[in-house]
Every structure is written in C-alpha cells, then in structure tokens.
Design a binder for this molecule. Structure first.
Ligand code: HEM
Length: 388
C-alpha cells in the first residue's frame, strides 16, 4: 500500500493532464512538472484544475473500497466480501499496489487485465466425468506444456491478451506473505477491479473465495464471442453464462479502453462481403482513418489501434456515443444498434455516466461469479502459470 499513491498519481497525471491520451513520453517528474506551466488560457486552467482534483482522486484510488461507497453485490452466496480478511489481510492492497505499479509504466495493462478476467470467466471446461463448469478459475493464466495447448495460446488470446506479469508479481508477493492462501482466480478478479477503478470507473467490492482450476485447454475458448458476432449470437453466448442482454450491452462498454489488433476488424475495411469491400455500417470517415492505421498490405500481427480513439484509457461512455456515430470498431460493437431494445440501452448508457458506471460495476461483479470453484473444489496454485 505504501507506494500505491505514488503510482496512482503518475497514472492520473498521464491520464488526465495530457487529455486522456496517456501519451506522456516520460514519467520523469521534471517532465511531468513542465506540463503544469502557468497559462492564462482558460481551457488550460480548467485542465490544470481538473488535474489537481484528479491527483487527489489518484491518492484516493489507493484506499480500499471497504470504507467507500461501493456498488453492492448481487452474489450467489458462494463467494464472500472480505474473504481474506483474517487469512491474508493485505491480499487486496498488495494486488492493487502491483496493478498501480504496472499501470504507471504501461497504462494499457488496465485494459489487458479487464479483458483477461472476462476471458477467464467465459471459458469453461466440462466433461462427462467432471461436470463442473469452470468459469472464473484462473485457467487463462496457466501456461501450455509439451502435451497441452492452454487457453492463453488459443487465437482469441494469443497474441492479444496482456498483463500476465502483473498477476505473477502480485502472486509472488502474496506467496511470500501467506503461502497457498490467495487463489490466482481471485487475484485476477481483484486486478480487473483495480484496473476499472484506475481507469475512472466506480469502485466496487469483489466477493472472493474462488479456487483455481486444474484444466486449461485452447479448444475451450470457443465459448468466447468473436468480433464478427451479430446480436443474436452475442445474446446467446452471454445467456449461456447467465448474463442478460442488458448486461451484455453494459459489459461491452469495456471497449472504451484498450486497443485492438488490426486483424480483429480488417475484414470490415477491405473484405466485407462479395458485393462490398467496406462495411456500410461503418462511418466512412472513420473507415478511412482506420485504413491509414491498418494498411491492407501490412495487417501484421502487431499493428494495433485504440478501441476508443477519443479517450482510450478512460472507462467512460464514449464507446456508446461512438456506436451512435457508427464508429463501433467491431461488428459485435456496431450490432448493438441493430435492435430497438439494445439500441435504447446504447443511448441510455451514452447519456448517463452514473447509470452506466453502476450497471457496469454490477455486471462485472456478476460476471466474476460465473461457474466459480469454491470450498474443496480446485486448488490454490502456488504459481499461477502451473497447476500444483
Ligand atoms: C461482447 C462480446 C465481445 C467481443 C466480441 C470482444 C472482442 C474483443 C476483441 C476482438 C478485442 C481486441 C483484441 C485484439 O485484437 O487485440 C477486444 C479487446 C478488449 N475487450 Fe472485448 N470483446 C467482447 C466483450 C468484452 C467484455 C465483456 C469485456 C470486459 C468486461 C471486454 C474487454 C475488452 C478490453 C478491455 C479490450 C482491450 C484489451 C487490451 O487493450 O489489451 N470485452 N475484445
């Protein structure tokens, strides 16, 4: 906890003072101070004032939500708030500090960790002998071995998923403090929550007590929705996990932070269908911009674009205003306008920041409880990359 406020301040300065772009080239305090030069320009003054307030906010971010007004849980009773209160009281603050530290050098990891939690929760393992669904069980963290290709190496995750080292460093600290007590699945759920909060989302509390799964198979990532999904496919895939259409629209709002590889949407630009090469539902000006960032000839593995070009590091409502302007990056984003009831939810989320934020917190808490292993099920891994 000691260093968390320092990291949080660096993150907040990067996020807000430079117009949310996270584009400071240096984290040197001297360079950051130069951004604060006095100016009579009203816009800059407003920006500076906002910066000071946000610095204070940055420090507040390091306070665990127990004492703050947090979104309450609609839990299934198997997980508990404050689960590690007696067994490893520093668990949540250590995770938060590791997240803050990582974000202070690479802000994109916030998005990476939120997505990783989603991908952990949505991937199940079931077979006839062991008919336990395994959702948020930390299976996404397991490394492949010579005789098993793990989830993390399946195309929806590799090479795009990021942030594994953040979980490793939190786990290493927790193992030295309270060995085999805090599960990797819980660490990931805490890290996603902290990432949401450091991105400007509402604080919320994470019920914990997940156990770690022992199985991770690349083939199981079939339950993750592809970016080409239409509304009925998305609705079905979320319903399979117990999430309704409203929760799906709200959780898709996570696409207001982070990046996408060009390959995830280039079909919409160059190869849409047999009659038109460019997706007619995509704003033509935005398509032109995307084509510049993702030239067809080099749609290579490592070219990326921000998912929400206006505020790529802020969990705000501009994902929804983007969709209303036909600037949803994926088919799966733009398809939310294709039906009257989801379109109404997009409009509602675009207009109402508080409503979106509170719905988002409630939905991600619910997502974090999908098919969890608890009690004597599963294990507490000593190393998140390997089963014990
Ligand atoms: C609705 C169905 C969804 C689809 C089809 C989808 C698909 C994708 C794809 C293709 C990417 C870009 C990966 C890349 O090329 O680098 C992405 C990024 C991302 N997704 Fe989703 N996603 C969905 C829902 C969600 C949900 C529910 C969350 C979290 C609650 C989420 C969080 C994110 C985040 C934060 C990123 C940015 C990751 C980064 O910057 O590393 N997504 N998603």
């Amino acid at each position: 906890m000691k260093n968390c406020p320092i990291y949080a301040i660096v993150i907040t300065v990067k996020l807000y003072i430079r117009g949310d772009k996270g584009s400071l080239s240096s984290t040197n305090p001297k360079d950051i101070a130069l951004q604060f030069r006095p100016s009579l320009n009203w816009e800059e003054l407003k920006m500076a004032l906002r910066g000071v307030l946000l610095l204070l906010f940055g420090v507040l971010l390091c306070v665990n939500v127990d004492g703050l007004q947090a979104v309450q849980v609609v839990g299934n009773g198997t997980l508990q708030l404050g689960y590690y209160r007696t067994t490893c009281p520093q668990a949540e603050s250590i995770v938060k500090e590791e997240v803050a530290k990582a974000l202070s050098t690479n802000y994109g990891l916030a998005a990476g960790l939120v997505r990783m939690h989603f991908h952990d929760c949505f991937v199940r393992f079931t077979n006839l002998l062991e008919s336990i669904g395994q959702g948020c069980d930390g299976s996404v963290l397991i490394d492949s071995t010579s005789n098993n290709v793990a989830e993390k190496d399946a195309p929806p995750n590799n090479p795009s998923l990021r942030g594994f080292e953040v979980i490793d460093s939190a786990k290493a600290r927790l193992e030295s403090l309270c060995s085999k007590v805090v599960s990797c699945a819980d660490i990931l759920a805490f890290a996603a929550r902290d990432s949401v909060q450091f991105s400007g989302g509402l604080p919320y509390q994470v019920p914990a007590g997940r156990k770690d799964g022992r199985i991770s198979q690349a083939t199981e990532t079939i339950s993750l929705p592809p970016p080409t999904s239409n509304l009925s496919q998305l609705t079905q895939m979320f319903a399979n996990k117990g999430l309704n259409q409203g929760e799906m629209v709200t959780l898709s709002g996570a696409h207001t932070i982070g990046r996408s590889h060009c390959s995830s949407f280039s079909k919409r630009l160059y190869n849409f269908n047999t009659t038109v090469s460019q997706d007619p539902s995509l704003d033509p000006a935005y398509a032109t911009q995307l084509k510049q960032q993702c030239p067809n000839s080099s749609v290579s593995a490592n070219l990326t674009v921000p998912m929400d070009p206006r505020t790529p590091n802020l969990l705000d409502t501009s994902y929804y205003s983007g969709i209303l302007a036909n600037r949803g990056l994926f088919t799966s984003d733009q398809t939310l306008l294709s039906n009257a009831s989801t379109a109404a939810l997009v409009q509602q989320n675009a207009r109402n920041w508080w409503l979106f934020q509170s719905k988002f917190a409630a939905a991600i808490i619910k997502m974090g409880q999908i098919d969890v292993l608890t009690g004597s099920q599963g294990e507490i891994r000593a190393n998140c990359r390997r089963i014990n």
